[in-house]
Design a protein around this ligand. Sequence first.
Ligand code: ZN
Length: 554
Amino acid sequence: MFPLKEKDRRVVQVLLSAGCCPRCVLRFCCVGNQATYRLSCKELFTELHMFLNDDKSKPGAAEYNQPPCKKIRLQDSEKNDDDTGHNGAAKLLSSECVLPDGWVQTCTVCLGILQDLCERDFVKKVCGEVDSAGYHFSSLVFSVSLPPQLLVREHATWLLVKQEVGQQGSFLTKDDILQLKEVYKWITHPLLSEELNVPVDGKSLFEVSVVFEHPETDGDCHFLATVCRDCFRPTKNKQSVFTRMAVVKALEKIKDDDFLQQFPYQLEPPKGSCVAQEIQCTHNSVYVAGRYNKFSRTLPQTPWVIDGERKLESSVEELIGEPLKKMFKVDHLNFSSSGREDVDVRALGNGRPFAIELLNPHRISFLQQELRELQEVIKSFAKFNSLGLKLLYLCANVLCSLQKINNSTDKIRVRDLQIVTREAIGHMKEGEEEKTKSYSALIWTEKAIGKNDINFLEELKDLKLDQRTPLRVLHRRPLAVRTRVIHSMRVEFIDQHHFHLYLKTQAGTYVKEFVHGDFGRTKPNLGTLMNMTTDILELDVESVDVDWPPKLDE
Ligand code: ZN
């Protein structure tokens, strides 16, 4: 049964005469049956036609078939006599002036969105774009951006229908009308799902978005700016003040009379439909974290480039990042860590926590065969068994990355590699300054020393240092004096001019400067404490006491 009632007859006539497509007619008649909208435009037209001609004795039928419909067609064909394409067809229709089998006129309200732009051919075009973008995905979000003038046209049509309904003694609020976007979803989601063979899911991390534009009617919104000036304030990031939000706000404010003075009830039929200006695929970032050890004294943490020239061939960031890039098929990543060490400083012990944002990954899950190979590895990770299958795939991906990173180099080693949330990365950064770090340093002394000359260092607890910004970092950090604390020290005598110094310090302490004094810029320093010149030959980070990310069983 076609879900229209006798009371809708007059509204259907008015809307068809105003150049509405069948789906817009149904929306304004508050039809909430999804299946009805999924019929083709042609079928819907036939149904509407049958509905109106159901009882010719009713006054509506004849009226509908004759003047209003004809008027629009004639206007259209007269105006565009020289044009070809659908206007030619419109001319043809005008002479017939019966309800056409194929509706070729672009809808005055939805500008084609609920005509061709929601049907199978268009959805196939979108799916073609998705295929060629080369993503692996198991579900998707479909988002659509509509030109703001649709809101104005919707408003005008609502006023028209409200007046019509009012004459029948009823009332129609804007919320009663079925939302264009909602109806668009009802029609397109099943088609997308069918074509791509995955569910459309609002929670999916993979998004396909289409931006529709209709330049021909862009001017529709402009009168609102003179009536509701407040709503259209220029903002930095927006190209146009006529955003959807601003137009919605203005339409809420504007009085019906003011609107009608500026904008016609009867809308001009547009020459063409909206165009999909952009079809884009994106996948939300995936975040991984772990700890790294660095065993090399010639490896910088991040790529070392000065004036466009590479100084060292690799970096921790690249050694960890490249395998991840390949596995997850990403173009770009953001590397961050809990502090950093100099190029000649090793990171030992449990390693330094780091986190990587993988932007727009094209692949987060494994092929079946790869999965099977990894299954055994995963089984040993009891922790993962309780997680969902999707996460399991992700974990498999990460484990494989971990192996690849560790097999590719002996300069670094990664552990505790895992998927984390964006929020969790905050744990790594927060309180970074309050954390402690442990170092071991190889010290050289100018004067000969005996075992007992260095023992006093172990007695010093919570030694406060004033450190002026070191000369070596002055080019990238502002000049300042920072107070840092060396919590404790331990010594190991080697020979008359060498000893090992183990330090537990507040994070951010410049250890090298504490040893050689940095021309008196760090006070006190090892030299002033020992009353001789001292220098640092080697430095290792023994531990970074940030208990994130959580340790995983090896
Ligand atoms: Zn429409």
